[in-house]
Write a protein that binds this ligand. Structure first.
Ligand code: NAD
Length: 284
């Protein structure tokens, strides 16, 4: 039976560190604050917002919401972004995406100041991930994967790592982060030929394909650590990952469940970034 890599254990450890840093900031009269920019009322956004707001509350981080109607103009939205950029009380900003189709999402993202980009969406943050510098912040989900590996003492040095998926939000930054940890990294995608044999060779597998159960027992081998980033809803209305858990778990050495794996860690990583943004601002 595989070791279950539980998100809640990682989250608990991260939360302790975050609380210490919040206390250090508050002792200096600084209240770390997340600005949430939401356009419209998409159910996905509302659900993520509830989770993020609750985690902020638990950890002593304030939230300021900027709620705009679904038909907001580009000019108005960019004006709000400029306003939060300039507001010294806001340390990090979360902008829900995708934005409605009439808006130029790329232009909105680039209007955000990289030092407040706690969700890692600006070009500045990407440069930080690719160059290994502390510019902006890495995207929260791939960082959550790295936090899980670190917490459970899974050393990447010299190991073969495979990332399934090449999105800018998860796959590509995850590959760069594994590289920084000295893994030998391969990225698989929809055009990869004979993916099962590529994935089978890996010591560490991160799956972010956005397809329920795409990695099953044909893809895995004993001794592997599998991190499942996927969040899907199956025919029975239940949450499931991109890994066919029931088929893969009996084969591999360690695996994250869905739910209960990467998702909950992601929210604490986000709140941790807000706190770090405030600490960087005041050189604490
Ligand atoms: P995406 O759709 O932007 O990208 C998916 C990538 O996987 C693409 O590069 C595509 O080429 C590749 N892919 C798709 N099908 C494949 C297949 N059959 N074989 C190989 N490669 C394939 O998705 P994303 O934004 O990267 O998200 C991936 C998954 O992670 C989704 O299920 C999403 O819901 C989930 N997600 C979870 C969190 C979290 O906090 N846990 C956060 C973001 C995304």
């Amino acid at each position: 039976m595989a070791r279950r890599l539980l998100g809640k254990e990682v989250t608990a450890a991260l939360n302790e560190k975050i609380k210490e840093n919040v206390a250090a900031l508050k002792a200096k009269g600084i209240s770390p604050t997340l600005g949430i920019v939401r356009v419209g009322e998409r159910e996905d956004d509302l659900s993520y917002e509830r989770g993020a707001t609750k985690r902020c509350e638990t950890l002593g981080v304030a939230c300021e919401k900027y709620l705009l109607p679904a038909d907001v103009t580009q000019e108005k939205l960019v004006e709000v972004i400029h306003q939060v950029n300039q507001d010294d009380k806001i340390h990090g900003v979360l902008i829900f995406r995708p934005l409605p189709k009439h808006l130029d999402e790329a232009a909105v993202i680039q209007a955000l100041a990289p030092e407040k980009d706690v969700d890692g969406i600006t070009d500045g943050s990407m440069v930080g991930v690719f160059a290994g510098t502390k510019q902006g912040f890495p995207p929260c989900t791939p960082q959550a994967c790295m936090e899980i590996l670190d917490h459970y003492g899974i050393d990447c040095t010299g190991k073969k790592a495979v990332v399934v998926g090449r999105s800018l939000v998860v796959g590509k930054p995850a590959a760069m982060m594994l590289l920084k940890k000295n893994a030998t990294v391969t990225v698989c995608h929809t055009r990869t030929v004979d993916m099962p044999s590529v994935v089978k060779e890996a010591d560490i597998v991160i799956v972010a394909a956005g397809r329920a159960g795409v990695v099953d027992d044909r893809y895995v081998s004993s001794g592997q650590t599998v991190i499942d980033v996927g969040i899907n809803v199956n025919e029975e209305g239940k949450l499931c990952g991109d890994v066919a858990y029931d088929k893969v778990e009996p084969v591999v050495k360690a695996i994250t469940p869905v739910p209960g794996g990467v998702g909950s860690v992601t929210t604490s990583v986000l709140v941790g970034h807000v706190v770090e943004a405030a600490m960087r601002k005041y050189s604490i």
